[in-house]
Design a protein around this ligand. Structure first.
Ligand SMILES: [Zn+2]
Length: 109
């Protein structure tokens, strides 16, 4: 399992990756593995290559490329959520358990 760090730079600082693209690839993989290759919104499991990373707080609204702002999402949920508020989206399309998991993960954002 790939260790989960706050951003790609940590993979280089810890000499897990030698190049920036490799660090970013490992970082993205670690986030997906953290969620057990399961979409945070619908709870379905997918092949790791079929999953996307979703900005919980959209970049459009000032969301950053930090680990606690990125979650594993299937393409369908990612597209449906778009720039909508994650709490509203998960309350309409997910279930309370997943809302709690996501809330714990993102912390204060
Ligand atoms: Zn989904």
């Amino acid at each position: 399992m790939t260790p989960l760090f706050p951003n790609p730079d940590y993979y280089k600082y810890n000499l897990i990756a030698m190049t920036s693209p490799e660090a970013k690839r490992l970082w993205r993989r670690a986030i997906k593995e953290h969620f057990d290759n399961t979409c945070i919104y619908c709870g379905e499991s997918y092949d790791i290559n079929d999953l996307t990373l979703d900005h919980v707080l959209p970049r459009h609204h000032g969301g950053r490329d930090d680990t606690n702002n990125l979650v594993c999402s299937c393409l369908s949920c990612n597209q449906k959520k778009g720039t909508n508020n994650w709490k509203q989206f998960i309350q309409q399309h997910g279930n309370p358990l997943r809302e709690q998991i996501l809330s714990d993960y993102v912390g204060t954002i």
